[in-house]
Design a protein around this ligand. Structure first.
Ligand code: 5AD
Ligand code: SF4
Length: 439
């Protein structure tokens, strides 16, 4: 038998890319590839890129430049660029960096085996279509190998919201939901391989509207159906838009025990003026009201969010409004970013906030969010939580897992193993994790 070819994938950006990289590895598995963690050993290198912030494209070009010696050493090495930079730049990538053999956008990974064959035959391959078919349908299922106890499952892709700062509607295209039956089949397969926790992924996951028995299903109905799978213990989903938080989904946080008490619900800004300029289509008060309703359904819900500071036109008062909203919500965890103009988006045309002002605001916001995160962690001390063990810790006999609230928890025990869910009492709060004892 021929020696398997080796595939190295470097993944940038979001969890959707992590999921896509796994699926690309499976697709190329059918062409005789196994994955390697050593770049200089690879027959094919794929960069799965992200375009959401900063000089993403520039980073990809400099990474590609660094691959040159590898290509010189091994002329058979094939180099591909996948993901959102591939979608945004297209053939420009090969013009600027001729060592690239293959450019594939996020919607056409199922075509990778054919593209790989074309580049092996000495050609170049480029595909940045938005095809009608579901890219995941065409991907081969891997062998029923055992898996880590947590997994991602993409249920929805793309976005129709067109927030003024965001490239996603351009790189990932229009909102598409995978049919219910496909999602359930994939979930059952994951559980059969030992997965206990599934995180449903979508750029706008709570806008899910998949074709299912009896018509179109929303996310809450999908979650309730997934919850019936024996062996599946935990369900999460990310990322959501406040305007798609429907009543049944709010209710599910209160009455579906497998749905974990953690919600990532980005608001971006606390200023109505800026929310309007961002085309978010809701006010700060509406967001706060939504949080109230979620907490009425699930009082211990831990909230996470995304924030952008320095959006064009943001004044000191607008920024103070953001701080006020953060104080009003009390986040358990959050991401915050300095606005970065994305070519082709409406906001990129507007006059930027001076960089030093934006940097200063980011620092202040991160200080506040950091304090809230620490307070939420400290508040866990003395509480009993369930922990799904995911891996061994650095110390002997130590296991590391995640609590229901997504906090990392270390436990020293010989009474548990990876993949098990245990009741744990939190005894200590550290900078990035909690320490617990088995109950
Ligand atoms: N500049 C800064 N942050 C951005 N995000 C999206 N686009 C931009 C941009 N142009 C942030 C938003 C989004 C998260 C995934 O990335 O906060 O929720
Ligand atoms: Fe981008 Fe999210 Fe807005 Fe869609 S809803 S445009 S993915 S920020």
């Amino acid at each position: 038998m021929a020696e398997p070819k080796k595939l190295f994938i470097k993944t940038y950006g979001c969890q959707m890319n992590v999921y896509d990289s796994e699926r690309m590895a499976e697709a190329l598995g059918a062409s005789g590839y196994v994955t390697t963690s050593a770049m200089d050993d690879a027959d094919m290198i794929l960069l799965n890129t992200c375009h959401i912030r900063e000089k993403a494209a520039e980073k990809v070009y400099s990474e590609l430049g660094r691959l040159k010696p590898l290509k010189t050493a091994n002329p058979d090495l094939k180099i591909g660029v996948a993901g959102c930079v591939a979608q945004a730049e297209g053939a420009e990538i090969m013009r600027r960096q001729p060592l690239v053999d293959l450019v594939v956008g996020p919607q056409t990974y199922h075509r990778l085996p054919a593209m790989e064959a074309a580049v092996r035959a000495g050609g170049q391959a480029i595909d940045t279509d938005f095809p009608e078919e579901d890219k995941f349908d065409h991907l081969p299922r891997g062998p029923r190998a055992k898996r880590a106890p947590t997994a991602f499952l993409t249920v929805q892709e793309g976005c129709d919201k067109f927030c003024a700062f965001c490239v996603v509607p351009y790189t990932r295209g229009a909102e598409v939901s995978r049919p219910v039956a496909r999602v359930l089949a994939e979930a059952e397969d994951l559980v059969a391989r030992g997965v206990r926790e599934i995180t449903l992924l979508g750029q706008n996951v709570n806008a899910y509207h998949g074709a299912g028995p009896g018509g179109t299903w929303g996310l809450a109905r999908l979650i309730r159906e997934l919850a019936k799978i024996d062996g599946l213990a935990r369900i999460r989903f990310t990322t959501s838009h406040p305007n798609d938080m429907e009543d049944d989904l709010i209710a599910a946080h209160g009455d579906e025990p497998k749905l974990m008490p953690y919600l990532h619900l980005p608001v971006q800004s606390g200023s109505d003026r800026i929310l309007k300029a961002m085309a978010r289509k809701h006010t700060a008060a509406q967001y706060l009201r939504l949080i109230e309703r979620l907490r009425a359904a699930r009082p211990d819900l831990l909230l996470s969010g995304d924030f952008i500071v320095g959006f064009p036109g943001e004044t000191d008062q607008d920024f103070e409004d953001t701080l006020a909203l953060v104080r009003a919500v009390g986040y358990g965890q959050a991401y915050s970013f300095k606005y970065s103009a994305r070519p082709g988006t409406p906001a990129a045309e507007r006059a930027p906030v001076p960089d030093d002002v934006a940097s200063d605001r980011l620092q202040r916001l991160q200080a506040l969010l950091g304090m809230q995160q620490r307070a939420a962690q400290d508040a866990m001390v003395g509480r009993d939580v369930s922990v799904l063990f995911e891996k061994r810790g650095r110390l002997a006999g130590q296991l590391v897992g995640k609590s229901d609230y997504l906090h990392a928890v270390h436990v020293t025990t010989d009474r548990a193993e990876i993949g098990q869910i245990a009741q744990v009492r939190i005894v200590k709060s550290g900078p990035n994790s909690l320490a617990g004892e088995m109950l």
